[in-house]
Write a protein that binds this ligand. Structure first.
Ligand code: XMP
Length: 519
């Protein structure tokens, strides 16, 4: 199979937008999400890929960066055709770079700041600080400071330690802030970004409803009477993609949902029912045994991922060949995946196989209706499409499923143990109202046994690890500080009810340096 990736190579060409030039900061995506939350469409592009041919750009934001402007390999694009032409907001490195370009001085100094700081001297008559006054909390993260500003630059806010907290270039629509308005800890960050959008005269028309309307119309135009096949995973992204495509082309969409035997307990049956209620045309394929056979004796995580990925593609291909006249492959790619693939600094730590990733022999074109959306927008679109909260709010679940949560070799018996433990864990998380506060929770089966005692008997059985993390995007994560009482209940119930387990432990590692999954 061969995929032709010629659709949507451009994002929304004519849509009014803010461009965020990415200098590699960890918070660049957050800037994008904040702007979208303010109902303005924006796109994140690498620092040197400004879309000069796009007339619909209303303003430009320069992100932070892991570099110092004084580093030899720092990103230093030519901004001559941007400065003065569009309203600009420089953030952190963006602020330092704009100052540096005009001859200002940026130096490592004693007054660097990490974490909370307070803006004290604010010029509230400046449109960027409209409605922001007094002593407002901001989030700083800089080792360098701007120590000398060029003559035509005017300071509009300071902190006790840093004189240049924010500045404006006189006679230009260029502003900059040393702090991070996109971070929640910056109390008036949203207000400041909204003020910048006012400066840009951006219309606030971007919303899930407007997205659904325009996308359904576009999909109808793009697909006509063509038939589309899509792999469902039970996750939010592929499910919302399916419902959106279904709204656009109805029965011309066929979905395939494969059970690789590594799903959560009863997940295959339950999710299949949900899909049928949504009116989707779904082929459910139970291939558990085939996967168990292929995985027998394999212990290396990346090898497991490859076997599961290939098995999945083979089955999907077989199903696709049973259908006639399929022209398109639908995929649940979302905006962070698109940004990642464009990224200047991204690198892969684990090879993440996403469902359908990818049938290469099939002569199909790719349709990815969510590729403009952040995860929270996908959820809002799902709700707007009438999908049930349990499908929309579910935790992310990896494509290889429990295959990477049974450490070491996989057997149907071990899968059953972890399915039962996971089922108890997730149920009690919901009972305690904790499920929605957590980004992702998992039970993991360790390949070691330890001694225990039950009644008068010595036991020698397996250990289950409970993992729960908080996160906004899965890129970084903290272990969730779950109540002891809750952990005690889960541990007790797992040890009493799941045969083969005599010990439960809780993982207190953050990412980095650990990862969310154990394999
Ligand atoms: P890590 O373990 O890298 O996980 O911190 C980050 C997020 O990615 C998910 N994950 C995967 N998803 N295929 C997937 O589709 C994979 O092979 C895979 N490995 C990890 C993980 O569950 C978490 O949400």
């Amino acid at each position: 199979m061969r995929i032709k990736n010629d659709s949507y190579t451009r994002l929304l060409f004519m849509q009014e937008k803010i461009i965020i030039l990415d200098f590699g900061s960890q918070t660049t995506q957050l800037i994008g999400r904040r702007i979208r939350e303010l109902n303005v469409y924006c796109e994140i592009v690498p620092y040197n890929k400004f879309p000069f041919d796009d007339d619909s750009v209303k303003g430009v934001i320069l992100s932070g960066s892991p570099f110092s402007v004084n580093d030899t390999d720092a990103f230093k694009p030519d901004l001559n055709h941007i400065k003065g032409k569009y309203p600009i907001l420089g953030i952190c490195y963006g602020a330092q770079y704009l100052a540096y370009l005009s001859g200002g001085k940026v130096e490592k100094s004693d007054s660097r700041e990490y974490g909370r700081a307070h803006l004290t001297k604010i010029n509230s008559s400046d449109p960027l600080f409209d409605g922001i006054s007094g002593d407002t909390q901001v989030w700083m993260s800089h080792g360098d400071s701007i120590t000398t500003l060029p003559g035509n630059f005017e300071i509009i806010a300071s902190t006790a330690d840093v004189a240049v907290g924010s500045y404006k270039i006189k006679g230009e629509s260029t502003w900059a802030v040393q702090f991070h308005p996109e971070v929640y800890h910056t109390t008036d960050g949203t207000r400041l970004l909204s003020n910048f959008l006012n400066i840009c005269h951006s219309k606030r028309g971007w919303s899930p409803v407007s997205f659904i309307d325009t996308t359904v119309t576009e999909l109808r135009g793009q697909l006509g009477d063509d038939k589309v096949i899509l792999a469902l995973s039970g996750g939010v992204d592929s499910s919302v993609t399916a419902v959106l495509l279904n709204r656009a082309i109805g029965k011309n969409l066929t979905c395939v949902f494969v059970n690789h035997g590594l799903l959560r307990k009863n997940e295959f049956e339950n999710v299949l029912k949900d899909y049928e209620h949504l009116g989707l045309n779904v082929i459910g394929v139970d291939a558990s045994q085939r996967f168990y056979n292929e995985l027998a004796g394999v212990t290396e995580p990346e090898k497991k991922r490859k076997i599961i990925g290939k098995g999945f593609i083979d089955i999907f291909d077989e199903e696709a060949h049973k259908l006639e006249d399929i022209k398109w492959l639908g995929q649940g790619t979302i905006y962070p995946d698109v940004i990642e693939s464009l990224s200047i600094t991204g690198h892969t730590i684990k090879s993440h196989h996403n469902v359908g990733g990818l049938p290469e022999k099939m002569n199909l074109k790719l349709v990815e209706p969510l590729r403009l959306l952040f995860k929270d927008e996908v959820r809002r679109v799902g709700i707007e499409l009438g999908m049930k909260e349990n499908l929309i709010k579910r935790h992310p679940f990896p494509g290889p499923g429990l295959g990477i949560r049974v450490l070491g070799d996989i057997t149907p018996e071990k899968v059953e143990i972890i399915q039962n433990a996971d089922d108890i864990y997730i149920r009690i998380l919901r009972e305690y109202g904790l499920y929605d506060q957590i980004w992702q929770a998992a039970a993991i089966l360790l390949p070691v046994k330890s001694v225990g005692v039950m009644g008068d008997e010595r036991t020698y059985e397996s250990t289950v690890v409970l993992r729960a993390v908080t996160s906004t995007d899965g890129m970084t994560a903290d272990w969730a500080h779950l109540p002891y009482e809750f952990l005690a209940k889960v541990s007790n119930e797992i040890i009493n009810k799941v045969k083969g387990v005599n010990r439960v432990v809780y993982d207190i590692s953050s990412k980095p340096p650990a990862t969310i999954e154990w394999e």
